[in-house]
Design a protein around this ligand. Structure first.
Ligand SMILES: Cc1cc2nc3c(=O)[nH]c(=O)nc-3n(C[C@H](O)[C@H](O)[C@H](O)COP(=O)(O)O)c2cc1C
Length: 360
């Protein structure tokens, strides 16, 4: 850790840090930056707009705020501030199950806003089928539109920067939506509770909400998620906070798009920082994009106003980038708007074996 980092508050290391040596943390941003746009000119730009669809849901634009735990550690108004700002800007909002605000309060705050984006609820596997389903039922009763099951965190990754900082949650900040349950006393006991594809199938059959699978990096898992009832895919490496040296999400996306073959709607996150990054994600085949740290940073700096300003800039950057590529709406972005074949996807047929070999 550099002397400069030593001067920063511990929450900074919690927010900004990643797993291990942070190789993937750097790669996530660099992979979007390394893609080159290939614009077209003299296309009519009349009727230019950002509306799009995600499955059967109309979106004002393809941006979401990713689920992030404990936002009251960043700003006194925590999730209330970020959810209000996202709704006001038409962005989707995913409330983390480790939020510091009751989920019903967030639903009451934003559901009446007719211009808002989707309101989703993210959760981890809660140790048993019934406990996990009960929390989804509670979110459904409150008015959330979908559940997001995070699949890449059966155990928390080893985060060196966060550990070195000594970060602990401030007094009064806790996961108020989770009831106390016995915490396994060993890593093996914790891992024994990790869910399997059979659990996902059970959950999707019983859930009152569509269940999105978050944390897909392998095309074979994209196929399996669809086969086990997921309603959508979130290509994510958890913002590089789980397993270091996994591939960047921009690198994972093309093969997953090919394997998915349009079956499920698809969202990507990780290292997206600019409107041009969003456009590249759409060109590679994502339907929408989530942002984490940039919006959390804005929350920490300036609460709801900060989040709203950051989203406004991203929306404007995306609109201008689309126009400068000769496009009038997000759904028109294609891989032809990217130069070269840096991440050329394999054909869908290449994943038949990936699928069959996956359950080892
Ligand atoms: C401080 C912090 C807390 C997070 N908490 C959660 C969480 O509770 N559940 C989850 O599925 N992902 C969580 N994530 C991961 C984000 O949902 C998202 O995948 C990631 O931040 C996207 O990468 P980016 O930060 O580079 O935009 C968290 C990320 C950060 C930075």
């Amino acid at each position: 850790m550099t002397p400069d980092n030593d001067a920063l508050p511990a929450w900074h290391a919690w927010l900004e840090g990643g797993a291990g040596d942070e190789v993937t943390l750097r790669d996530n941003e660099a992979a979007w930056q390394d893609l080159r746009l290939r614009p077209r000119v003299l296309h009519s730009l009349a009727g230019s707009q950002l509306r799009t669809t995600l499955g059967d849901r109309a979106l004002p634009h393809p941006l979401f705020m990713a689920p992030m735990a404990h936002q009251a550690a960043l700003h006194p108004q925590g999730e209330s501030a970020s959810a209000l700002a996202a709704a006001a800007l038409g962005a989707g909002y995913v409330l983390s199950c480790q939020a510091s605000t009751p989920l019903e309060d967030i639903a009451r705050l934003v559901l009446a806003d007719s211009g808002r984006g989707p309101l989703w609820f993210q959760l981890h596997w809660l140790g048993s089928r019934n406990a996990t389903l009960a929390l989804i039922q509670r979110a459904a009763a409150a008015g959330f539109e979908a559940a997001v099951l995070t699949l890449d965190a059966p155990v928390q990754g080893f985060r060196d920067r966060e550990r070195a900082s000594g970060f602990v949650l401030p007094a009064g900040v806790s996961s108020v939506n989770l009831t106390d349950r016995p915490v396994p006393t060993s890593l093996s006991a914790l891992l024994a509770q990790a869910p399997t594809w059979h659990d996902l199938a059970w959950l999707t059959q019983h859930s009152p909400l569509p269940v999105w699978a978050k944390g897909i990096l392998h095309p074979g898992d994209a196929v399996l998620a669809a086969e086990h009832g997921a309603s959508g895919l979130i290509v994510s490496n958890h913002g590089a906070r789980q397993l270091d040296t996994v591939l960047a999400t921009a690198q994972a996306l093309p093969d997953i798009v090919a394997a998915n073959a349009g079956r499920l709607p698809l969202v990507v996150d990780g290292g997206v920082r600019r409107g041009t990054d969003v456009l590249k994600a759409l060109a590679l085949g994502a339907d929408a994009v989530m942002l984490g740290r940039p919006l959390a940073r804005a929350l920490a700096t300036d609460g709801a106003q900060g989040v709203a300003r950051a989203l406004r800039q991203l929306v404007d950057e995306l609109h201008i980038a689309l126009a400068l590529c000769g496009l009038t709406q997000p759904g028109q972005a294609r891989s032809a708007h990217l130069a070269g074949d840096l991440f050329a996807p394999k054909s869908a047929a290449a994943f038949v074996n990936a699928k069959n070999s996956r359950l080892e």
